[in-house]
Design a protein around this ligand. Structure first.
Ligand code: NAD
Ligand code: HSO
Ligand code: ZN
Length: 429
């Protein structure tokens, strides 16, 4: 069950150690992933077929499903299941569509005009996890902003299921998003295939999507070794709940377990101003955990998690900013007083009636979020992730007279005379 720490007993080193997660000290995962990447690079589709057999225990006779096959699979859904996916689709679409705001042109000096225009990234690769649970919600979270941005080519990879197919929910989302094919490739091999290209799978410009430690390590490796970019490291799920005496321990325990059930390497942290709250949450965890179908996985994640007792909500926020959680829940009626102090978090859930699960599925925000302290520097996926913002400038006859002398002096002080001359010739002619 949850280990309990007292914030006041922790020194700086203890705190640094406590907030570390998913470390790969002996580089075991790195070395497995490097071998997989090299093998896919050399052997292309054949390597993908072999890895599907080795890791997913599926003997594939082909590497993808096309539109007609997906459509047939999607027929198996019940009307209420389709409705739920459509509601999620509509909310996510609405929230992301609003991110496409147009920027004004700025005249920095008379006759000197600068502005930015969006252009979609042409070829994008979406990774939809499917190891311990198949996540059609992730397909919505990646496919909707890709479509809104206007990406031309969308490659989708997901691990093959035992049936040798994808599940009907994934197939239906493919229909909603008008996707032509889904490739059967999971783990590091899928990331390598999209970064290098294979006989079947096109090389893409940027790879998106969450995944386990193999997927996340592969993304960080290909980011530094190929010309393919990535959205961010979005690894094993995590949540940090800040709770005071106004929180409901039943809700808090349920929220901790919701992320714990993703995987044994997930983490669910409670930071509370009240020792009684910590005890009440542990009582609730003991009630709720054993009846979960994924109790074993969730139990392992809870065993890797902990609670921290703090003296105030401000101290709670200090710890949370250091931890930089993927998901931050403010289980307090005073949430409005502390939201301004949030510095590092992927996505935030305010008050006692806002479960993290709404963001996972259907409120509209994106659930592909930075983990493992990367929320200190990265944002979650949005339409911005799928576009480039290209800067433009135009100089009028009046503008060259205004800006030219400044550039001549700056070029001269850097000793770059050809730069200076490109201005001078315009001023003189
Ligand atoms: N941060 C986010 O935004 C976010 C969102 C959704 C899910 N997630 C996380 O995504 C993860 C999904 O993980 P998953 O495992 O269910 O699915 P996954 O699709 O990420 O990984 C499955 C693949 O891992 C590979 N694999 C498994 N064992 C291996 C081994 N021993 N060696 C090499 N490769 C191996 C296999 O190829 C398999 O196809 C979870 O940790 C979940 O918490 C994170
Ligand atoms: N909580 C996950 C992100 O860490 C997203 C997800 C998908 N389905 C359920 N949850
Ligand atoms: Zn979740």
């Amino acid at each position: 069950m949850l280990r309990i720490y007292n914030y006041q007993d922790l020194n700086t080193d203890d705190l640094q150690q406590l907030v570390q997660r998913n470390v790969d000290p002996a580089n075991e995962i790195r070395s497995i992933v490097e071998t997989i990447i090299e093998t896919v690079r050399e052997h292309g589709d054949n390597a993908l077929l072999d890895y599907a057999h080795k890791f997913d225990k599926v003997k594939l006779d082909k590497l993808y499903l096309d539109k007609a096959e997906l459509s047939e699979l999607a027929n198996a859904l019940q009307p209420e299941q389709k409705e739920a996916l459509k509601t999620a689709y509509n909310n996510i679409y609405k929230f992301h569509q609003a991110q496409l705001g147009k920027e004004d042109k700025i005249e920095t000096m008379p006759g000197v005009t600068c502005w930015r225009e969006l252009r979609p990234i042409e070829k994008v690769g979406l990774y939809i996890p499917g190891g311990s649970a198949v996540l059609p919600s992730t397909f919505l979270m990646l496919g909707i902003p890709a479509r809104i941005a206007g990406c031309k080519e969308i490659v989708v990879c997901s691990p093959p299921q035992k049936s040798g197919k994808v599940n009907a929910f994934i197939a239906y989302v493919a229909e909603l998003l008008d996707i032509d094919r889904i490739y059967f490739a999971g783990g590091a091999q899928a990331i390598a295939a999209m970064a290098y290209g294979t006989e079947s799978i096109a090389k893409v410009d940027k790879i998106f999507g969450p995944g386990n430690q193999f997927v996340t390590k592969a993304k960080t490796i290909i980011q530094s070794t190929t010309t393919t970019a990535i959205d961010m490291p979005a690894g094993p799920s995590e949540v940090l709940v800040i709770a005071d005496e106004t929180a409901n321990p039943i809700f808090v325990a349920a929220d901790l377990l919701a992320q714990a059930e993703h995987g044994s390497d997930s983490q669910a942290v409670l930071v509370t101003t009240s020792e009684q709250m910590a005890e009440a949450v542990i009582v609730e965890l003991n009630k709720q955990l054993p009846v979960l179908p994924r109790a074993e996985i969730a139990g392992q994640a809870i065993a890797n998690s902990y609670a921290v007792i703090v003296s105030s909500l401000n101290q709670a926020m200090q710890f949370s900013n250091l931890y930089a959680p993927e998901h931050l829940i403010l289980a307090t009626e005073s949430w409005e007083q502390i939201t301004g102090d949030i510095i590092n978090a992927g996505s935030v859930f305010l008050g006692n009636l806002t479960p993290e699960s709404v963001g996972d599925y259907a409120s509209g925000t994106n659930h592909t979020l930075p983990t493992s302290t990367y929320a200190r520097a990265y944002s979650g996926v949005s339409v911005d992730s799928f576009v480039k913002k290209i800067t433009f400038q135009h100089i009028s006859p009046q503008g060259i007279g205004n800006i030219g002398p400044t550039v001549e002096i700056l070029a001269e002080l850097e000793g770059l005379h050809a730069h200076k001359n490109a201005v001078t010739v315009r001023l003189l002619n």
